[in-house]
Design a binder for this molecule. Sequence first.
Ligand SMILES: Cc1cc2nc3c(=O)[nH]c(=O)nc-3n(C[C@H](O)[C@H](O)[C@H](O)COP(=O)(O)O)c2cc1C
Length: 144
Amino acid sequence: MGEFLIVYASRTGETTKIAELIAEGIRIGGHSAILKNATQIKNERDLNGFNGYLFGSSTYHGEMIPAMKQVLFIAERAELKDLPGGSFGAFGWSGEAPQRIFDTMKNIYNMKMTGSPLMLKASWLQGGVVMAQDYGKAMAKMIS
Ligand SMILES: Cc1cc2nc3c(=O)[nH]c(=O)nc-3n(C[C@H](O)[C@H](O)[C@H](O)COP(=O)(O)O)c2cc1C
């Protein structure tokens, strides 16, 4: 069984809910998932040692939450190369954060990324629960 680390940054809890649903999907897929708020990540040792990673942030004024930006700089020093990766976030209309996180994981850490970021207006809208769980299941399939 593999273990995924899901790190999220959220202001009003929407992205946190998405993170929890992705974790459910990973567990349904037969692996374990640990959830951490971005503020809990202090150095690369807090990131190292997992079999796959998901980073998520909502978007405010076209940007990710600063705590997630900080995690992305810390992650540059972690051992993430070739490991499965995904990104996610709640958004209102433009949703830049999940794509920027995804691109950083792919281009800077050289991770093995899943198809695309998961962007949801809210976990409870338009099939969001199933989409977030499915994203977790797809990540679980990346390690067998
Ligand atoms: C002041 C403010 C600025 C926002 N800016 C953006 C934005 O630039 N693009 C966007 O897609 N959503 C924007 N949103 C919407 C949030 O991303 C959305 O409410 C999201 O669900 C919040 O998720 P969270 O609870 O995980 O922080 C903004 C919301 C607020 C209150």
